[in-house]
Design a binder for this molecule. Structure first.
Ligand SMILES: NC(=O)c1ccc[n+]([C@@H]2O[C@H](COP(=O)([O-])OP(=O)(O)OC[C@H]3O[C@@H](n4cnc5c(N)ncnc54)[C@H](OP(=O)(O)O)[C@@H]3O)[C@@H](O)[C@H]2O)c1
Length: 333
């Protein structure tokens, strides 16, 4: 094959916000495939906040990325050569192919995708890992009931936008929290949530109180820090908190010191951290719901698409700072 592979490697472990120099772009040969393997040409790479955690050499739920290795990441693409009995050239696939144009795979963790109702890129967002995270987190851990108030942070993002819309499908009052008037307008006018609080406007407590006149029954937390601490003061008795992410803390030098943890006890709140990859048996049903809702127009989504693998580091750095609007992708073909 005359084309070369391009890869983004982890060059240095960041302190605080990652820099472009923490990554290295290299040109290599397209991998040769052995028996039982196939070659994928990726079309879209997914950029996700969890990748920031993998850049640290710290104990977590997953192994850290190694220095000099290809950055981990999900991608969708097409099989272009195969010596595998179950995958053939032309198959569209989604898997952990990493920050690179070509990947050799033995099929572990790879799914073939064939639903003509779903655009390829959506398998990395609304009908992919972020959508499943929203579905499992809200419905299994949040257990919302019709008429209850559900609040979700990072509400215009890949996970949060799906959480808010599922809350509406389930007959709840859904309130988003997002950064800036444009994102908040989108959350209400396009996604159909009942209200959205712009946490950057400097009136978080006042605006949240106004948007949640009956208090909060479910808080789907994507951000942690001051927003979580403020939400705690609005919780109703027996509220549930699916703790999905803590993005406000990923680049922070010091962890935020919570002030209102007493509200958890007083209100007998159930707070549970969860990791979507622990719940693989739940994925098929969640994906089926999401594809169905998408085809019926009951859920909408938005993408921010960076062009070319070379732009992946800056797009990733931007996403951690909130520059993305919806699911952050990199177009590779
Ligand atoms: N538990 C799991 O299995 C699992 C799976 C997937 C994702 N997650 C977590 O879910 C969260 C959302 O992920 P995503 O993929 O949907 O990303 P996303 O929401 O599409 O993008 C990240 C967003 O986070 C917000 N943000 C950044 N810094 C912030 C800060 N200091 N305070 C408040 N908000 C901030 C920004 O939105 P604003 O402009 O609105 O601030 C930014 O656009 C992340 O915490 C991620 O780690 C967890």
């Amino acid at each position: 094959m005359s084309e070369k592979n391009l890869q983004v490697l982890l060059a240095r472990r960041p302190t605080g916000a990652p820099q472009e120099s923490d990554f290295r772009l290299v040109e290599t040969a397209v991998p040769e495939i052995g028996d039982g393997q196939f070659l994928v040409r990726s079309h879209y790479l997914s950029l996700d906040p969890y990748m920031r955690g993998r850049m640290n050499d710290a104990k977590s739920y997953a192994k850290p990325a190694q220095l000099g290795e290809v950055m981990v990441g999900g991608a969708v693409g097409e099989v272009v050569a195969s010596r595998h009995p179950k995958f053939k050239p032309g198959d569209k696939v989604v898997g952990a192919f990493g920050w690179q144009l070509y990947a050799a795979s033995d099929g572990a963790g790879v799914s073939r995708i064939a639903d003509p109702r779903v655009p390829l890129s959506a398998y990395l967002g609304v009908v992919g890992m972020p959508g499943v995270t929203a579905h499992i987190g809200l419905l299994d851990f949040g257990q919302p009931k019709a008429g209850e108030t559900v609040v979700v942070s990072a509400a215009s993002g890949a996970v949060g936008s799906v959480v808010g819309q599922i809350a509406k499908i389930r007959g709840c009052r859904a309130v988003g929290i997002a950064g800036g008037p444009d994102k908040c307008r989108y959350v209400v006018e396009e996604l159909g949530l009942d209200a959205c609080v712009d946490y950057k406007a400097g009136r978080l407590w006042e605006d949240l109180s106004e948007a949640t006149p009956k208090g909060i029954d479910v808080y789907f937390d994507n951000v942690g820090g001051e927003i979580l601490d403020t939400v705690l003061r609005r919780l109703n008795p027996f509220a549930r908190i699916p703790l999905c992410g803590l993005i406000s803390q990923y680049n922070a030098a010091e962890p935020y010191a919570m002030k209102n943890a007493g509200a958890l006890l007083v209100n007998r709140v159930k707070l549970q951290g969860f990791i979507v990859s622990d719940h693989l048996p739940r994925w098929p049903a969640a994906l089926a719901d999401l594809a169905q809702w998408l085809s019926e127009g009951k859920i909408k989504y938005r993408e921010t698409v960076a062009e070319g693998l070379r732009s992946a580091p800056s797009a990733f750095i931007g996403m951690l700072a909130g520059k993305n609007f919806g699911k952050q992708l990199v177009k590779l073909l």
